[in-house]
Design a protein around this ligand. Structure first.
Ligand code: 5AD
Length: 339
């Protein structure tokens, strides 16, 4: 075990069987080392990203997701471009250096509509991340040309069979194509996975980590699977917080300089989840800046927790919370430092 951690510390490389051994370990030494490596490579600053969930309309039917199109019980909403732009402006005024525009796969936001939104927001000195699902190369190129800096698209799982079961009418190879296109277009590209999906093995989680490393992802977001009552997986067990934390910590060992958020799902399953994640390898925090009328409707999973960042003094509040663990808010855009 010590030998494995030393190897990870020195080479930032582990074989699949070594990753599996770490995933099966109790984790405490692993979390400690991930925290050390995080400090050495990306420092004590925590980058804040203001999250705008601008539409919960989605054409996909991912079996775990509460906003899948077949869920007829949720109230759908779609923010107008001007409202999205205004909200981004408000996040900028509050002090955010990055906004993340996230939505379901909603065809209302055509290439042109998105480009207009992006161009308007990029008049501000702010980094812009998109998280709007699978699109064509031409769309991704147009968004990049319009000024988008980053893109998040989780692979969700690298197990092809499991992917197929969980994503009816979707194509694993197209998802890979999207990630390849995003990287080649020069986006800082984020991906990630769900941990504890029904039918997911430890081996396949090790493959997920190896995939993150092989694509040289710039950001990795992950969290435990949380069953949503209005989905086919409603009766399945939730993923484990500890296992998700281990996947995150090992990812930090192998990709020491990337950005890793302490995700909302981590906090939903464990009240101290985000701070624990920040002490086990994470260095990013994504407060929700969407108007409260919408956040309750963006229920990807139940009881989605998280800081309501619509108040003006939110950043100083976060600063105080971070101080308790010896960390501070970053006042830069927080791009990945390439080594
Ligand atoms: N539990 C946890 N995470 C989920 N996501 C979607 N549904 C769930 C769920 N039931 C995650 C997916 C997606 C991200 C936006 O939210 O990984 O990429």
């Amino acid at each position: 075990m010590d030998k494995l951690l030393t190897k990870a510390q020195e080479t930032h490389n582990l074989s699949k069987s070594e990753i599996i051994e770490l995933l099966n370990s109790d984790g405490s030494d692993l979390f400690y080392l991930a925290d050390e490596i995080r400090e050495k490579y990306v420092g004590n600053e925590v980058h804040l990203r203001g999250l705008i969930e601008f539409s919960n309309i989605c054409k996909c039917t991912c079996k775990y997701c509460g906003i899948r199109c077949s869920n007829k019980k949720i109230q759908r909403y779609r923010m107008l471009p001007d409202d999205i732009i205004n909200l981004a402006g408000k996040a900028y005024d509050t002090g955010f250096k990055t906004v993340v525009l996230q939505s379901g796969e909603d065809s209302y936001y055509t290439r042109n509509v998105m480009c207009d939104i992006i161009k308007e927001i990029k008049k501000l000195d702010i980094a812009l991340t998109l998280s709007i699902g699978e699109r064509s190369y031409e769309d991704y190129k147009a968004f990049k040309d319009a000024g988008a800096d980053r893109y998040l698209l989780r692979i969700e799982t690298t197990d092809r069979n499991l992917y197929k079961t969980l994503h009816p009418n979707m194509d694993f190879d197209n998802r890979l194509r999207c990630l390849k296109d995003l990287k080649s277009l020069g986006y800082e590209t984020g991906t990630g996975c769900l941990v504890g999906l029904p039918g997911q093995s430890i081996e396949s989680l090790a493959d997920d980590i190896i995939f993150f490393k092989s694509m040289n992802a710039d950001m990795i977001g992950l969290g435990p699977f949380l069953p949503h009552p209005q989905t086919p997986l409603k009766d399945c067990a939730a993923g484990s917080f500890d296992l998700a934390l281990k996947v995150m910590a090992i990812t930090r060992l192998l990709l020491p300089d990337i950005n890793i958020p302490a995700t909302t799902a981590m906090e939903t399953i464990n009240p101290d989840g985000r701070l624990i994640a920040l002490k086990s390898g994470a260095n990013v925090f994504m407060p929700n800046v969407t108007d409260r009328v919408y956040t309750s409707k963006y229920e990807i999973y139940p009881n989605k927790s998280g800081i309501d960042a619509t108040q003006n003094d939110i950043i100083s509040e976060i600063e105080q919370k971070l101080q308790t663990i010896g960390r501070m808010v970053s006042y830069t855009k927080g791009c990945r430092k390439q080594i």
